[in-house]
Design a protein around this ligand. Structure first.
Ligand SMILES: [Zn+2]
Ligand SMILES: [Zn+2]
Length: 322
């Protein structure tokens, strides 16, 4: 299915739905927990919604982190698209991989769902963009769920790419998905810098979605302009108060890294950030303002919305536990 420029099916269906859920948060009628805990988190959800205002990116992440969110089913895959001169998105719709092009090869962030996705999306997508899949040097797997490591071993076998993951999530996939897991390869230490060509990528541990989630910060270019991008590695919140506190701590620590690195570009590996619509905007108007370039203040506000939503989730979880 093709995204048509003027009639994006997403804006009518999936994401309109998400936005409505976000706005309807006060009702609490959709709450799945019998304890009707929404009231404890509501003060935070309201603050997040106020902070998001009319900003579609901030509204999308607030909706996606709300407990009543219903993720849309099938989403159409956008064509492979350069978001910046040296960064492309290769997506099946509901989950994305990103390719960062350097002088010495490609760093791939995530590897979609399966070897088949490697054959159907990643390799042909790179070729369509004029790149060679044989140049993939590293695959940074943000966390150990199938929709992020699926084609990793396939690409490692075919192109000699090295697969990188945090130790905790190497352990996770060995426990939970041994049949499809890539062979244990490189471990990502917290704050580690991966350098390829003259491109340096900071890899930060941001536990929360999983205990070993990794979120990178790296430079991207648009013409003569250099920007700094962040890619939040795992969004959907965990259940227990302890894990939720870890998540909140990760947001705070990562915000600090973002400020130090002057991050002005926000990216996500799922379309929970108005990403598919922004890809379409970019395709419709390649010379217009880049919708992924939020600027520093708005990128920080994005994290503040996340923080408030997670505080709401923690308040709800605590009230459930009594
Ligand atoms: Zn996940
Ligand atoms: Zn995922």
């Amino acid at each position: 299915m093709e995204l048509s420029p003027n009639h994006s099916p997403l804006s009518r269906r999936g994401f309109a739905h998400l936005a409505v859920l976000g706005l309807a948060a006060g009702a609490g009628v959709l709450g799945s927990t019998p304890a009707a805990a929404a009231s404890d988190g509501q003060v935070y959800y309201d603050r997040a919604n106020r902070l998001a205002g009319q900003d579609p990116v901030l509204r999308a992440i607030a909706s996606a982190l709300h407990p009543d969110v219903e993720f849309p089913g099938e989403l159409p895959a956008p064509p492979p698209t350069r978001l910046f001169d040296d960064l492309a998105v290769l997506s099946v719709g509901f989950v994305h991989a990103m390719a960062l092009f350097t002088y010495e090869g490609i760093v791939l962030f995530d590897a979609l769902r399966s070897p088949q996705d490697g054959r159907d999306y990643i390799e042909p997508g790179l070729r369509e963009l004029g790149a060679d899949p044989g140049d993939i040097r590293y695959i940074v797997v943000t966390h150990g769920h199938y929709d992020h490591f699926g084609a990793a071993q396939y690409l490692a076998d075919r192109h000699g790419a090295r697969v990188m993951m945090s130790p905790a999530d190497w352990d996770l996939i060995e426990r939970t998905n041994p049949d499809n897991a890539p062979d244990r390869d490189l471990e990502i230490a917290d704050g580690q810098c991966l350098t390829l060509g003259n491109t340096s990528i900071a890899l930060h541990h941001t536990p929360g979605h999983t205990s070993g989630t990794v979120s990178p910060i790296f430079p991207v270019h648009a013409g003569s302009r250099r920007h700094k991008a962040m890619l939040w590695g795992g969004s959907n919140p965990p259940e227990t108060p302890g894990e939720l506190r870890d998540y909140i701590e990760s947001i705070a620590a990562f915000r600090w890294h973002m400020r130090r690195a002057d991050v002005d570009v926000e990216l996500s590996n799922h379309p929970n950030d108005y990403g598919l619509q922004r890809i379409q905007q970019l395709r419709d108007d390649p010379d217009g303002p880049n919708p992924f370039l939020l600027g520093r203040a708005r990128a920080d506000r994005y994290m503040e919305v996340m923080d408030l939503m997670l505080r709401g989730r923690l308040a709800d979880a605590q009230s459930v536990q009594g």
